[in-house]
Design a protein around this ligand. Sequence first.
Ligand code: CA
Length: 239
Amino acid sequence: MQTVLIVEDEPAIVAAVRERLEREGFAVLAAASGEAALNALAEARPDLLLVDVGLPGIDGFELLRRVRARGLDMPVIILTARGDEIDRVVGLELGADDYVVKPFSVRELAARVRALLRRAAGVASLRAQVAAAQGEAPPAPAGLMIDPARRRVTIGDAPLELRPREFDLLALLARHPGQVFSREALLRQVWGHEGYLDARTVDVHIRRLRARLAAIDPAAAELLQTEWGVGYRLAERSP
Ligand code: CA
């Protein structure tokens, strides 16, 4: 499941966007100020940001500047109230990928979100191919190829059959190689907020995922590592 962080101080807009994106299968996080967004980004790594320009405290532009300064390169759509051309230009120069002018249709916004995420996935897989062609280590673990658009995973040439949640779990870990995720963070980002699931649900899925990986290549299963007392990570390469 892909996660969108909306940074917006108007609750009605947050509610409308959240409702639409959740209906389309996204997990939605919300922050009402730039400071809250920076705190959220210290814990979670959303796939896309929606950033209102007019925020209390640091504004959307300053937030964008700090996000890029931290090396975070997820797609960003800015929400601008004024329909002001200057805002759009400044936003795009600061590293936004797209903008919408308020009032906007949530349907239109959701379409932009999907289009940007598709493009981002294409760029990531292209980067991996280029890196592989240049003989560098690709960002995803060697041998393990994940195609988010087709929801397909292969190890070498062998396809890996996964249940939807297993795929989401693996894809999330693979997007952040080496990063440890707590079971709670995985529950939140893969299963979403609905349901009151036990953290052991994550353990069960990790176990199954390891078994499926091991059935094809034991070395691939070793990439899926347990950080005792903390959570799980997908290693960048075999230990
Ligand atoms: Ca605002």
